[in-house]
Design a protein around this ligand. Sequence first.
Ligand SMILES: C[S@@+](CC[C@H](N)C(=O)[O-])C[C@H]1O[C@@H](n2cnc3c(N)ncnc32)[C@H](O)[C@@H]1O
Length: 289
Amino acid sequence: MSERPVRAGTRDPDALVQRAGARGDPNHDQHFLVDDRVVDRIPGYLPEGTDRSHVLEVGGGPGVLTDRLLASAPEDGRVTVVERDPMFAGFLREEFADAVEAGRLGVVEGNALDVDLPDDVTASVSNLPYSVSSKITFRLLPLQIPMVLMFQREFAERMAAEPGTSEYGRLSVTAGHYAGVEVVEPVPKEAFSPEPAVESALVRLTPRDPDYTVPNADFFLRFVTAVFTQRRKTVRNAIRNTAHISELDDADAVVAEADEELLSARAGDLSPADFAELASLAWRVGEPR
Ligand SMILES: C[S@@+](CC[C@H](N)C(=O)[O-])C[C@H]1O[C@@H](n2cnc3c(N)ncnc32)[C@H](O)[C@@H]1O
């Protein structure tokens, strides 16, 4: 049995998994980082100048990332880790008992989708459970904090995609509404145990105001989602065909007033600002419910 090291930031991933006494269960999104070169780099991907006084980690597992986050926090800084699996939540409390006692680590046992989150978190660094990574991300994005999150690689590339590329879509526009999105490191399957079926990537999300304005953010996101469900159609037809999703009573009024160039394009060619122009018009004349 390996000893628990005293200094944060030095715990060996394999030893942690061993001490936790349980293998990761892929059916519960449990793929643990075991390549310490990758883990060591992760906290450094937060944007320069990030306030690290209270970092949120979603999905702590056996705590290899928790360990690095505690090590990279300022002396009076805190880490809160949310973990759904009671066995791993209990292990984290025990393994990091010193940090818990000192008030530097809080372990919240529960589902990150609905558990109360502390209202003073300043950043998030997480190796997310992939089956709910989108929902968790869109719960965190409105907090407008810098984040470094691990995703399935394909998902990460869709989030960061530019207009006109095949990866560009609903995800790129909606995530980009809250943050600048950059893929900072592709991570191979071998960095995890058990290995996931897909490749992964680390993404940096830097909060920012978009370079356009919209009268209602929820409606904008709904409108973008609706139009992208018909990405092969012209925007004109997509707006008409998806009024039930965007919840517009008068999609024809939108089409009658919109710019012809935007209407004859496909969704994948519109910039976020183009979407904002159309959504603003739809909000004004389309009788949104
Ligand atoms: C990919 S593992 C990451 C574990 C650890 N941070 C690491 O990097 O090795 C995801 C963790 O999230 C936990 N988890 C799964 N679904 C969750 C949810 N809805 N809310 C909170 N934690 C969840 C799993 O039990 C697992 O420990």
